[in-house]
Design a protein around this ligand. Sequence first.
Ligand code: FE2
Length: 510
Amino acid sequence: MTAAKPITDDKFTRLVAGIPIPTPSPRSFGIFITIFAVMAGLLLAYLPGYRQALIKKERAAVESHVAPYGQALSATVFEKAGIVYGVTAFAKSNRDIPANSEMFNRFASGLIPRDKSIVTIGISPGGVILNIYPPSSKSLGLDLLHDRRPDVRRDVAKTIQARKAMIAGPVLHASGKTVMVIRDPIFNENGSFWGITNVAFDKELLIQGSGIDELDKTLDIGVKEQAGDNLDMDKTIFARDPVIVTVAVPGETWLIGARPKQGWEGAIKADYWSFAAGGLGLIFVLATLMTGAIDRQNILVRAVARRTAELAEKNDIISNTFNGTVNALASFAEHKDPYTVGHERHVVQIAMAVAEKMDMPKERREGLRIAAALHDVGKMYVPMEILSKPGKLSDLELSMIKVHPTYSHEVLKEIDFPWPVAEIVLQHHERMDGSGYPQGLKGEDILLEARILAVADVIEAMASHRPYRSASTLNKALAEIKKNRGLLYDAAVVDATLAVFKQGFKLTER
Ligand SMILES: [Fe+2]
């Protein structure tokens, strides 16, 4: 089976020529609405998932944008811790330093101009501030272990307990600035507490030194301690579903929260709506194309049905014309010989009954039918006197009659039948033993149709009146073919013929 070839536009145009194309039919509008509604429904069902995916993508983009600033902030704070470790080293090597000594002042005054974020530097043996720079900071003598501000006291205690540098704050400094304090505890060789160093850094300069304040102006940013205290910028950000970036600092972790100023929904709005609108547009186009395809299919079906009906009608006309021509030719031949009126018609009836009995395919029987109707058409060329002469014929007269199958063949071979009609007709006087004429063919060299036609012709001729032969009965005719079964006539054809008449076959009279 070969695959159907696609209908090209050219073929389509020819097929549908003259068939009205409804555009747009109410039916195709209904189809369009249905297709559009189904696809739009699918799109609507898909949209919430798409929205979530867009938000997820946006959050990942903000996080990867903010993360480097978090790392920079961490690095900045650890760099400040380095200054504190320097102060601790100074304190450790000068444990017997007198209060507010000249040596300390020289050391500290060297650090402050180098780092503008340093607000104060202090050393507190036993927790009491004995050395502080600049001296104007007025915290000299303050007992950090008994500070009246509970959060300061708590932060100092935590640092001593942790035995390592920790950052604390923000606190309001005596200078009026908000500071972050990095403290580093110092222990004696026996592990007992000796004292603590403190460096206070301007909070704004500390955090903004990382460049975080330069971050994209489309973002809301906040920084807070993990414990909860807000350190810088937007205090409300953490309640508004931000992206969180963690920042490691001495002794704890800070969090940076970031969110688009217009919110997550606002940030994806443009992408979301262009996708939804684009999807709807695409669905509209698809629905239009599919409706068109269905319409085109319907038009094709109607066109093929109409063309098929037209072809069937033409076929009927041709078939009727053909049958009429065959019948006209047969009756012309028949009337040439007035003594054999009805012969061809009777031969057709007998041959058809025998062929059916022998299960010959219907298609092939049609060829036999035409051959039977036209088998004596060549008698047109035999002189009327010989055909109608009563009594015995001379050898010359017989030979003139015997040429009629050849004449019939001559006439019919010019017609392009789908069956071997001319050959069947040529062989209808051949006999199984080779005693027939005109070719003297034997056995199966004779076409089966010709073998059937021969028996039908003999039966009809013997059962009817012939001028050149005395009248005979049907029984005599049947006895004749039975006697010559397998000799002159095909055995199977004889058997089928006898069976047909035994079952009561009758010739229809005019
Ligand atoms: Fe004949």
